[in-house]
Design a protein around this ligand. Structure first.
Ligand code: SAM
Length: 319
């Protein structure tokens, strides 16, 4: 399933326009921000939008994220170096989270696409023999190469917005070793994850995530915790991969295929969009939807996961 990032908006740099923190908080924020800005200057890195580089500047927020992440794998699972209780960070940046996570002593891998930052992180994590840094795009990696073994893994990321949906897709596609992902995204993304059918936030991404995981919002983070400062609030949430209850892998794949077919074009009714997307024509799609007990005049974005499952099962039964 392909969920284009632009539909989920972007973290833009620049002022947020919302009412700001107190004078004291602002002074602390300015100090932290200038520290990050100086570190970036020293590395000759200008924050890149293309790489979604909004670096965490607030150490209290970093501490809270690390606490959520380190709690999420049972301590008993941390002893084996073969990947047990391991942590994978996507995009460690300057290391706001990486240093705290590596210091836990658990097997730790961090994948960073920006080579200057990867080199910096390697130096930073040098004192931690449990840590390794991989240079490259997370979407090109395989979990078993990053963290060999079959033990549980927690994924942690302040996600670059440009890869929000593919990264979440990558995480759920890594199979049962990934027990939890602790992810920071812009607030709108978290709203899409929790959206109800028929609302403007609900879409193919909401269906995809519901098919493969449960999500829970942990806390909200204001734009002042990042440099450059994004326009919008961010949210930390926990994503727990699990198959949608009572479904087979084939059914979940069928729902993905149906949703992709129905949401690709501009056609308004389900019968038309599905008929076109599946190449079966509107009449056959209408018959399929009627067999599933779904009104063919509905719009695709009003169907719940259970509705899609009824369509997938009606289609399977007719095959
Ligand atoms: N974790 C750091 C923090 O919280 O301050 C940095 C977070 S910043 C939002 C995203 C990071 O992901 C940047 O360091 C960026 O270079 C990196 N990045 C962007 N695209 C990536 C990709 N496809 N694979 C791995 N890292 C990526």
């Amino acid at each position: 399933m392909n969920h284009p990032a632009p539909s989920f908006g972007s973290r833009k740099s620049g002022g947020s326009g919302r009412s700001g923190p107190s004078g004291e908080a602002r002074a602390g924020e300015a100090r932290a921000t200038s520290g990050v800005a100086a570190a970036l200057r020293a590395l000759d890195v200008r924050p890149s939008r293309r790489l979604g580089q909004n670096f965490l500047t607030d150490p209290r927020v970093a501490e809270r994220i690390a606490a959520v992440a380190l709690d999420s794998v049972p301590a008993a699972a941390t002893t084996s170096p073969g990947g047990e209780g391991a942590i994978l960070e996507i995009g460690p940046g300057l290391g706001a989270l990486a240093e705290r996570l590596a210091a836990s002593g658990r097997p730790f891998a961090a994948v960073e696409l920006d080579l200057r930052l990867a080199e910096h992180i390697e130096t930073l994590l040098h004192p931690h023999p449990n840590a390794r840094v991989v240079r490259g795009d997370i979407l090109d990696q395989r979990l078993e190469s990053l963290l060999p073994g079959d033990g549980p893994v927690t994924v942690v990321a302040n996600l670059p917005y440009v890869i929000t949906s593919p990264a979440i897709e990558w995480i759920v596609n890594q199979g049962p070793r990934v027990k939890r992902a602790i992810l920071m995204t812009q607030r709108e993304v978290a709203q899409r994850l929790a959206a109800k059918p028929g609302t403007k936030e609900y879409g193919s991404f909401s269906v995809f995530v519901a098919l493969h995981a449960e999500t829970r919002v942990e806390f909200r983070v204001s734009p002042g915790a990042f440099h450059p400062r994004p326009d919008v609030d961010s949210v930390l949430f926990t994503l727990t991969p699990r198959p949608y209850p009572g479904t087979s892998a084939e059914e979940r794949a069928a729902v993905e295929r149906l949703v992709r077919a129905a949401t690709g074009g501009r056609r308004k009714t389900l019968a038309n969009s599905l008929g076109h997307g599946l190449g079966m024509g509107a009449d056959a799609a209408r018959a399929l939807l009627e067999r599933a007990g779904i009104d063919p005049g509905r719009r695709a974005e009003t169907l719940s996961v259970d509705d899609w499952l009824r369509v997938a099962r009606a289609e399977g039964g007719a095959a």
